[in-house]
Design a protein around this ligand. Structure first.
Ligand code: SAM
Length: 235
């Protein structure tokens, strides 16, 4: 934590709560995430929100190439310093939700194998996960840290109490797995809740072939829209 404080103070950096900035401090956590992300096998990684580069460094060690998207401009000079030893890293400044990720992957990785990996900003967990799943990106898997509660919902088995509309969307695109949980003390500043790392392995072939995908998702959302009512009435 002292190293983090010193580097950030040198660059006059202040944490932004609204950008979900909780940086990993316990180096064993990013090492495990990087090892389980499939980055070594695939060769290329697209990362969301590198922060000051704690997870990025571990990804750079195992992968051939890492491209990270960071919204906060103030972190770019910090990353220059913390990742100076790696020549296989590149940062793109921007809002991941606004970026054309398919075009970015094509430009940076061509037709190569790619995985996505991140310690996500929790305030936009679902929009980012859904974007990574829906936009027909050339990625094989998504390994991300999220709030434990979100992880349980994203990885729930259909038909169980924990399942929500997002569970069905996830299962349509991928095979989800909850890998391990992480305590607030592994971050600075510590978040209020326990976190968990999940891995979504994208299907090569979808489990169902709806005639109208949009109608299928509208129906799923309707069924979960009013949880106190019987699903059939909501639909
Ligand atoms: N990867 C770092 C780590 O594990 O220590 C930082 C993770 S922190 C939970 C989330 C990061 O996402 C922050 O660096 C934050 O600035 C960035 N971020 C927040 N909103 C973003 C957005 N819309 N697009 C890209 N990055 C974003």
């Amino acid at each position: 934590i002292d190293v983090i404080r010193t580097v950030l103070a040198k660059h006059g950096f202040h944490f932004s709560k609204s950008l979900g900035q909780n940086f990993l401090t316990d180096v064993s956590v990013p090492q495990r995430i990087a090892a389980m992300s499939g980055a070594a096998e695939a060769g290329s990684v697209v990362e969301v929100g590198p922060g000051m580069g704690c997870l990025t460094a571990e990804l750079c060690r195992v992968a051939g190439r890492v491209v990270a998207v960071e919204l906060d401009r103030a972190l770019l000079p910090v990353l220059d310093e913390t990742l100076a030893e790696f020549d296989n890293f590149e940062v793109v400044q921007g809002d991941v939700l606004a970026l054309d990720l398919a075009a970015l992957c094509k430009e940076k990785f061509g037709d190569g194998r790619v995985v996505a990996c991140a310690n996500l900003p929790y305030y936009i967990t679902s929009p980012i996960v859904m974007k990574l799943l829906e936009e027909k990106l050339p990625i094989e898997s998504i390994t991300v840290m999220v709030q434990h509660e979100a992880a349980q919902r994203l990885c729930a088995e259909p038909g169980t109490r924990e399942a929500g509309a997002v569970t069905y969307a996830v299962h349509y695109y991928a095979k989800p797995q909850l890998l391990f949980t992480v305590k607030p003390g592994s971050f600075f500043p510590p978040p209020k809740v326990t976190s968990a790392v999940i891995r979504l392995e994208l299907h090569r072939e979808r489990p169902v072939a709806p005639r109208d995908e949009a109608a299928m998702f509208r129906t799923v959302r309707a069924a979960f829209g009013q949880r106190r009512k019987t699903a059939v009435n909501s639909v």
